[in-house]
Ligand binder design. Sequence first.
Ligand code: PLP
Length: 395
Amino acid sequence: MQTQRELFLKHVAQTSEAPLKLEIDKAEGVYLFTTDGKRLFDLISGVSVSNIGHSHPRAIDAVCKQASQYMHLMVYGEYIQYPQVRLAQRISEMLPKTLQSVYFVNSGSEAVEGALKLAKRYTGKHEMVAFKNAYHGSTHGALSVMGDEEPKRSFRPLLPAVKHIEINKSEDLNLITNNTACVIIEPIQGEGGIISASSNYLKKLRNRCDEVGALLIFDEIQSGMGRTGHNFAFEKLGVVPDVLLLAKAFGGGMPLGAFISSNQIMECLTNNPPLGHITTFGGHPVSCAAALASIDVVSEEKVIDSVKKKEELFTSLLKEHPKVKGIRSSGLFMAIELGSFDNVQKTIKLGTERGFVTDWFLFCNTAIRIAPPLTITESEIEEVCSIILEVLDEI
Ligand code: PLP
């Protein structure tokens, strides 16, 4: 009989020649449990997804209740479905007055696609400005605004007229012109290796977009929903976008994304043509129910309040190790710089043997990722850091 591993390699289409191949039996809190009996600290959270930890009883309960009431009923935007309406209202309450209209989709890439189309339709222009080292997803539009040529080369032609500028370089802002439909930016670049835009730079970017009539899109698909110690990174940086993108942790462990804007901007998708953007499963009721449960947990258990302290604890426990060349972080969105890809690969391999999973970043392979569930406790941080230090001693 073929093993699960053999079947995985044979029938589940692969994304690389070297998948992690961890065989997971169950996941709970900050732990993954493998089929061969290992308990691993999850320092990836499924790439910034599992903010309230794995298998949170409130999320499970919400999913089961909604699944037994109804699942899919109709394509997005036609029927009034309580979980969707309630979630749109709840997220709007967390946002400024200019971000009150929520368009639900299934994933981050779809949120990006929707936002790019919205900008073209609203402004009547088609040029776009994006950032070097930005990651926005794998679909054609998202790939077009990705800030690295390597992953795009084999898939050209992509969207025309996309310019890439450098984050925090004010001189580049004059590449945003009257022909620019939108500027899309991760206020804190995730796959770039946790690189934050400065507040001052974002203010200049905001002004430039206003000057030329371009929509400013913030991709907070990784940095949103509390990961940085704020509901959204833009709150900390003091600049409000025209369009906000959410996905990943937004769905509370279920697939869900959204692009959010003002009613006035969003309205343009309803006409010329009508049904200008549609989706079958966007805002699936079960995903929305999980999202609501997750927001409730974060708010009732005051999860965000402790994020800064946990970031400081990780930093203080790891920073003195001679293999640690630097730490870039914003809340529990952290990159531990190890100086070489070799050190990163060895840490990942040995870490998996000793008790934690981590990863590198798509556009920064010299640092490891520390993005555990936000619910990780201080004693769990102490325990996992002592394993990390042991591993760093050995590599
Ligand atoms: N935007 C950012 C900042 C991301 O990190 C990702 C995924 O890693 C995406 C967009 C794409 O999201 P998805 O994989 O859900 O399509």
